[in-house]
Design a protein around this ligand. Sequence first.
Ligand code: TXA
Ligand code: MG
Length: 384
Amino acid sequence: MKQMKTKRWQLHGLVSPDHPFIREAGALLLQGELIAFPTETVYGLGAIADSGEAVQKIFNVKGRPADNPLIVHLAEIETVATVAEDIPEEAWVLLETFAPGPLTLILKGKSVLSPLVTAGLPSVAVRIPAHPVARSLIASVKKPVAAPSANRSGRPSPTRAEHVLQDLDGRIAGILDAGPTGYGVESTVLDMTVFPYTILRPGAVTLSDLQGALGEGRVRLHRSFDFAPTVQEPERDEAKDTEDTVPRAPGMKYRHYAPDVPLTLWLFNGKTLDSGSYDVRTYLMRLKAAFQTMVAEGVRISFLAYEEDLPILKAALGDTFKTLHVLNVGRRSHPEEVARSLYDVLRSLDPEVTDRAVMLGLREEGLGLAIMNRLRKAASEVIA
Ligand code: TXA
Ligand code: MG
């Protein structure tokens, strides 16, 4: 692929659509170039949504399958009606409550965008990001901006400009760098073309947030999240999939967030280490035995640890603990810390120094559901 010089604009403090860097980036977007920009969730890779040629470049540089549609980013709530139609009244309620913010709505699409954006689907994904740089950029071009996460397909999403450059330097016209993003996991995707409205991807706007706004019976999780939190996901039998269990977000069927080192996720049956129960002692013994076997085989282990678990693990693992390369992912009692650091930690795993990464699970509720959704996809092995 043709290489180009990727421009990096560093932005601090206040921005507006008139900021010289925003104008320069906006002008390049309007010329059909790709610009990476920060949102409050992760960095996005933007193209003007009504230009098929520009949108095609997104699929090319990401290596993204053409059947995986993109989210259309807008600056103002009112403009949702320019890209979607038959918008249910409750969509406006959600927009009034959560926009701008980390929520994407799937609505019936209008044919004003390049069909590449929606991968030919009759629906369109719409989001109004809260990050001032994202909003200023979209406002400056006065057009909808199609933007997936700015990573190469299959890799963890970027939460810093450095992550974007690791994947896309020399392949995109520029990046607006405003430092690390806030939430660290991608927006909640809610399908409003079906009823009950269905969460296709959990995020920082949670099931209970949405049920609180619309009423409990009106929003549900997609069937694929319907595993008992303690049980390993069953092998899917594609032939037996009923319509209801077939993934409705085309992106759901692809491998995502894979680090360069294989990751084992231990669920501990949903138990947290500090519960002190008999079960937990048994799990810790199993974990210790697994570590000892790996260490004996010369496997170098990176352990992605919740802060509160460290003293418990140190005590339970003894000398084995000292052989681990420990990476702190934040407090399990504050899942927002874990969400913010997760992709950075996954991207830091280096096969030169680590053979296997190991992480324990979190409670699958609230933001923990979003984190575990990403971890289950990132993991090459899940142990109940
Ligand atoms: O936080 C975010 O949403 C970030 C920032 C950049 O806004 N964007 C993002 O985009 O995560 P992407 O492309 O990585 O993920 C979009 C997801 C995919 O799983 C895709 O399949 C789904 O949204 N999607 C897009 N359009 C859809 C549609 N019409 N129907 C169902 N799912 C759709
Ligand atoms: Mg993505």
